[in-house]
Each structure stands twice: as structure tokens, then as C-alpha cells.
Ligand binder design. Structure first.
Ligand code: KIV
Ligand code: ZN
Length: 514
């Protein structure tokens, strides 16, 4: 059966379209962490950002391009020369680079957004592809809002950009409006009517506004698409993008039907999903297909009975296939540095000495608080360590006074990057509120708390707890994350983490750290 399987390439846009999710604002280290994991997962292309969007975006694309060797690195670009120049500046040192240019083609966008005629849109598109080809061997062209574009005109646009040298043609369902049959038909029509289409890759890019992103993606594959664009956990603008893990598992589980496979290392899916969720603060709903906490849980007695008799009665995917391992106890108080390093390597981490020392120190501290240390605990610790940002403030000490009939009071001591220790106390409506007021005072930052979430990493009373906060300061919105066996300490860490990120994004961290 395998020799007739088509190969579907994966274009991951978690770091670009995914980062457009409201409130998600990844730091450079967080983006690097995700990019390394995407490379491990085996994605063909990583859209690392939109170089012209900001100097920070350009810098992170460049860093990712310098480090990732096994996936092609992509920058998005409008169909304007200055954007393409920026994309080249970011990607010129990549082992393998791709320019992704786009312009909207639908009547709604032409009229209301671009104020351009059909001819002007084609002229811009062709000029952009030709200009891009001066720098890039691989140019992808996207017809933004392609699914709402008149098909004869879409054929004209695609013919023009193929003739101009585009090697990947992407038809986004930008607003998540299409249906599987309608979307598949677009790909069939392009295949039948564009000269030279057999020499280009056809790509699909679906948004989930009507909950059909994955179904539409699979329909495009059936109709001839050989590249799928999407994100891990389906994060992205509005309702998000097609979930890559769902597409990959649909193809794998129903290869009898689709006759198409990706080259993803499927057993890296769970880990990639957890990392993306943790670093973006976008929590995966328990019932989410493939990566939700309940995706492999059998609750009803009849189902449990069936699974015990024969697992295939109610289970179409073995959890191990996507890398879900039982949380067996791995290391503990008596484990030494050598065992810890081996465990990290088994989990796929190859840390520099300094990071290893810091991670080992944190592991030992965790062993003092928690008897059973699982793989998930270790992953959570190391991921925070690797994604660390330059800290202006670090937590030194937290003390709380709470009684059900008294006013909660927090006193806090933090260390500033220049070594000075600062102390403050505050009262609040509850313990967390008092901690946050004390931190506001000690850092002298004015921020707005937009969201606060608690998640537990493992089970049991001594489980590691994660706290996510979303803070806003003028036009900056950031996620902060804290991990601890104590939820109040995790709350303080998350808040300080977000404040440190704001300081980095504001650009005054360098001054603070020298
Ligand atoms: O959804 C969309 O249209 C996009 C394009 C910019 C590719 O993300
Ligand atoms: Zn999109």
C-alpha cells in the first residue's frame, strides 16, 4: 500500500499565524524553544514570523534561521519591496529559506481594503514574486481570502504568479468561510486550468471560524494539495487555524482512505502540544482531539469494559503513538546529576553546562517539595529554564498572612538585576491580589491583570501547579507563567515573569541589566 502514498508537506505557522492569537506575545527564547521542537517534530517549513512587522520579529526570524537546519524557515511578506527586503535581511543566512508573499484577491478585499482593480492586484502580485525571486529560490504566493475569490479570476492570478516563478501556491480560507466540497473544488479547478501547475506545490491554509478548518484541509488534500498550513493545537487569529496534529493523525489513522502521509514524527506530538500550550498560555481544552487531556480517557462502564476486552473496540489511536506516556515515576531525591542528565537526554534535551546546572538545581529543589517526580514535571521545569528571558526582577522571598476573618497581607522581596534587593508589603482582597499589589509597588510598574489561570501539571496533592497571567501595559499585552508546588508562589512567579517580559519588549532591559 505504501508505494502509492502521497507525501503531504507540513508548513507550520504557529510562530506567525499562531502568535496572532489574542494576548500571545512570545519572547525570543520562547520562539526558539518552539522552533527547535517543531524541527524535532519534523515539520518541513517553519513560518517564523513577519520580518517587516517589527525589528523584534526580524531578529527572531534571523535567530531561528541561524539555528534550525532541518526545516525551511519562512518569513511572511506583503507584496511590497520593502517587506521583501526585510524578509531577505532576516533569512539570508538560513540553511534553507522561503519567502511567503501575499496579496488579497477576493472582491471584498479588493474593493474595501486595497481599493485596487483586478489588474492592479495581479500587477502587484507578479512584481512581488519577481522581486522576491532575485533573493529567494523558493517563493510561496498566497491569494489572501482566496476561498472567497471568483474562481476564473483566481485562476488568472495563479497563472500569473506561476509564470513569474512562484513555486508554492497557497489558497487561504482566511475567514474560515468555505466548506469541504467548495474548497476541494477550488484545488481541482486550479489543477485543471493553470498551465505548469504540475511543477508547483499546491497548499491549503484554513481558519476555523465555522469549526471546519481540519475538514477543509483534508478536502484540499483529497483534491490535490500537497502542502498543509496550520498550527499546533490549532491556535491562531480568531477561532484559530487547522490543527496540524489533527490533520497528521487523520491522515495516519485513515491512510486506507486518504492514501497520503506526512513525514512528522508522530510521537513528538504530545510534547509539542504541551510546549506550545505552556509558552503561549493557550490552554488546550480537555476534549480537544488528539492532545486534550480526555482524548484517550474512557469514562463509561461499557466503554471501559470493551477496551479491557479488546482495545480497538473504542480506541482508534494508541496514546503512545502521539507520545503520551504513562506518568511513571522517574527520578527522586536520591537521583544524582548523571541520572538527571540521562533522563534529560531520553526526553530529547541536550543542555549546555550552565542550563544543565540550573535545571539540576531546580530539580533538587523540587525533590524537596515533591516525592514523585515525573517526566512531565521535569519537562515543565526544563522548558521554563530554556525559555527564560532576561530578568530585571527575580523573586527572593514571599510571605503571606491569611485568615478567613482577616485582611490578606503579602510581603515580598525581589532582587533587581543590578543586585539590589527591594522589599514591599501590601494588603488585598485575597492572597493573590495582595501579592500582586506588593509586586506592583516593589517594581513600580503599572499593569492591568487581564487574565489569571491555574493548571496542574501532574496529579496529586503535591502536583506542580502552573499559573498563567495576562498583563497589559499601554499597547503591550504579555503572558507570564510560573511553576511551583505552591500555587501562591507560582502566582507571584507568573506575575513577575510577565513584568520582566514587558520590560524586555519595552526595550529598556539592556539598560536595566548593565
Ligand atoms: O489567513 C491568511 O490569509 C493568512 C495569509 C497571510 C497567508 O494567514
Ligand atoms: Zn491565516
Amino acid at each position: 500500500m505504501d508505494n502509492i502514498m502521497r507525501t503531504i508537506e507540513i508548513f507550520d505557522t504557529t510562530l506567525r499565524d499562531g502568535e496572532q492569537s489574542p494576548g500571545v506575545n512570545l519572547s525570543l527564547n520562547e520562539k526558539l524553544e518552539i522552533a527547535h521542537q517543531l524541527e524535532r517534530l519534523g515539520v518541513n517549513r517553519i513560518e517564523a514570523g513577519f520580518a517587516a512587522a517589527s525589528p523584534g520579529d526580524l531578529q527572531s526570524i534571523r535567530e531561528i534561521a541561524n539555528r534550525i537546519k532541518n526545516s525551511t524557515i519562512v518569513s511572511l511578506s506583503r507584496s511590497v519591496q520593502s517587506d521583501i527586503d526585510k524578509a531577505w535581511e532576516a533569512l539570508k543566512d538560513a540553511e534553507s529559506a522561503c519567502l511567503h508573499v501575499f496579496i488579497a484577491t477576493s472582491p471584498i478585499h479588493r474593493k474595501h481594503k486595497l481599493n485596487m482593480t483586478k489588474e492592479q492586484v495581479i500587477e502587484n502580485a507578479v512584481a512581488a514574486v519577481k522581486y522576491g525571486k532575485k533573493y529567494f529560490d523558493l517563493v510561496e504566493f498566497s491569494c489572501e481570502d482566496g476561498s472567497r475569490t471568483e474562481i476564473p479570476y483566481l485562476i488568472e492570478v495563479v497563472q500569473a504568479v506561476v509564470d513569474a516563478g512562484a513555486r508554492i501556491i497557497n489558497i487561504p480560507d482566511t475567514v474560515g468561510y468555505t466548506t469541504p466540497m467548495e474548497y476541494g473544488n477550488i484545488f481541482l479547478k486550479l489543477s485543471e486550468n493553470v498551465r505548469g501547475i504540475e511543477n508547483v506545490k499546491l497548499s491549503c491554509h484554513c481558519h476555523d471560524d465555522l469549526g471546519m478548518a481540519v475538514a477543509n484541509t483534508l478536502a484540499a488534500i483529497q483534491a490535490g494539495a500537497t502542502q498543509v498550513e496550520g498550527t499546533i493545537n490549532g491556535i491562531g487569529e480568531r477561532a484559530g487555524n487547522a490543527s496540524l496534529e489533527e490533520v497528521a493523525m487523520a491522515l495516519d489513522t485513515r491512510k486506507d482512505f486518504y492514501q497520503a502521509l506526512t513525514a512528522l514524527k508522530l510521537d513528538e506530538i504530545a510534547r509539542t502540544s504541551k510546549l506550545v500550550s505552556r509558552l503561549t498560555g493557550m490552554i488546550v481544552p480537555p476534549n480537544k482531539a488528539i492532545v486534550g487531556a480526555n482524548a484517550f480517557a474512557h469514562e463509561s462502564g461499557i466503554h471501559q469494559d470493551g477496551v479491557l476486552k479488546e482495545v480497538t473496540t473504542y480506541e482508534i489511536i494508541r496514546p503512545e503513538k502521539v507520545g503520551i506516556k504513562s506518568n511513571k515515576l522517574v527520578l527522586g531525591k536520591l537521583s544524582g546529576r548523571h541520572a538527571f542528565k540521562e533522563k534529560l537526554e531520553e526526553l530529547g534535551y541536550h543542555l549546555e553546562q550552565e542550563d544543565l546546572n540550573d535545571a539540576f538545581k531546580q530539580f533538587k529543589e523540587l525533590c524537596d517539595k515533591k516525592k514523585d517526580v515525573s517526566d512531565d514535571d521535569i519537562i515543565a521545569l526544563v522548558d521554563s529554564e530554556l525559555a527564560e528571558i532576561p530578568e530585571k526582577y527575580s523573586l527572593e522571598n514571599l510571605q503571606l498572612s491569611y485568615g478567613n476573618n482577616s485582611i490578606p497581607t503579602a510581603s515580598i522581596r525581589v532582587k533587581r538585576a543590578d543586585g539590589v534587593e527591594l522589599e514591599e508589603a501590601a494588603t488585598g482582597n485575597g492572597s493573590v491580589d495582595s501579592i500582586y499589589k506588593a509586586i506592583d509597588r516593589v517594581t513600580n510598574e503599572e499593569v492591568e491583570l487581564e487574565d489569571y489561570k491555574i493548571v496542574s501539571i501532574t496529579h496529586g496533592r503535591d502536583a506542580l501547579g502552573e499559573v498563567y497571567v495576562r498583563l497589559k501595559q499601554s499597547n503591550l499585552t504579555v503572558q507570564g507563567r510560573g511553576v511551583s508546588t505552591d500555587i501562591l508562589e507560582a502566582s507571584a512567579e507568573a506575575y513577575l515573569n510577565a513584568i520582566n517580559k514587558i520590560i524586555v519588549l519595552r526595550g529598556d532591559v539592556v539598560e536595566a541589566l548593565v
